[in-house]
Write a new protein. Structure first.
Length: 270
């Protein structure tokens, strides 16, 4: 019994230390943003006296509200589009039997292995022909299909009780009705967890928006470049904007963390 308690205590202590190490950079980010401009490079662990001057300087330099709005629009639209397409595709792969099903599924998932840099040039040429360069829709459009999302949702769909689907068909419901009234309500935890992952991935994206957008129509990640120059980096305002970029994701995770835990728990149940 004593050995089990020591192992449990040691495991919890290790997890606590790991959590502190992971959370420390985030704390330092907010602490630096709350220092006075003259104390930005200070190594003091506690920012005192607290100052909001860096946030004021950031607001004078860039349109923070506009950048947050653009970033949220791109992330929300991209995550919603990927979630919808993945839901329809995974439902078809899991619930139907059709010729070359496994081959098509492997080919679809295989696109996940293709680096985005390989398809970047064709996507850019296509967006240029469509007149979508320097537009938020141009950032979203090439990201609407996610093989990873299909792979994850298909696993949940495959473990869904087929008896419920058969009973709904006997009841006279169409496949579209079964998807939205039977399957989706039971997959809410998985959909919420996947939606958060897709949103965070789109929110943190830097490379593709940097290719498509210009400074006049930008997102938060590109707005941070405004504080980097040949004469030196403005660390205070940069940390202030970066802290604002973290807040929506942190709040979303805190609100929906229960769904994330449920998704991981249910993924192992049949």
């Amino acid at each position: 019994m004593m050995i089990d308690r020591l192992r449990s205590t040691g495991s919890h202590l290790l997890l606590a230390v790991t959590a502190l190490l992971c959370a420390f950079p985030i704390y330092w980010l907010f602490a630096t943003s709350l220092r006075r401009p003259d104390d930005v490079t200070s190594l003091s662990p506690i920012p005192w006296p607290i100052s909001l001057a860096n946030y004021g300087d950031a607001a004078d330099k860039v349109d923070v509200v506009g950048l947050i709005g653009n970033t949220f629009f791109v992330a929300a639209l991209s995550a919603a589009g990927q979630l919808l397409i993945a839901l329809l595709a995974s439902y078809a792969f899991a619930m139907y039997v059709f010729p070359f099903q496994k081959l098509l599924y492997l080919a679809f998932v295989g696109t996940w292995l293709v680096p985005f840099q390989v398809t970047m040039l064709p996507n850019y040429v296509l967006l240029t022909q469509l007149g979508l360069i320097n537009s938020l829709i141009g950032v979203v459009l090439p990201t609407l299909c996610s093989a990873l999302a299909v792979l994850l949702l298909r696993q949940h769909m495959a473990s869904f009780p087929k008896e419920l689907v058969a009973a709904a068909k006997i009841d006279g419901r169409s496949s579209w009705s079964i998807l939205w009234t039977v399957v989706v309500p039971n997959l809410r935890p998985a959909l919420a967890a996947l939606g958060i992952l897709l949103f965070i991935n789109a929110w943190n994206e830097y490379f593709w928006p940097a290719v498509v957008l210009r400074q006049s129509n930008s997102v938060l990640q590109l707005g941070l470049r405004s504080f980097m120059g040949t004469e030196g980096d403005q660390w205070g305002p940069m940390m202030a904007v970066a802290s604002l970029a973290c807040l929506p994701v942190l709040l979303m995770y805190l609100l929906l963390q229960r769904h994330i835990v449920n998704a991981f728990v249910r993924s192992g149940l049949k």
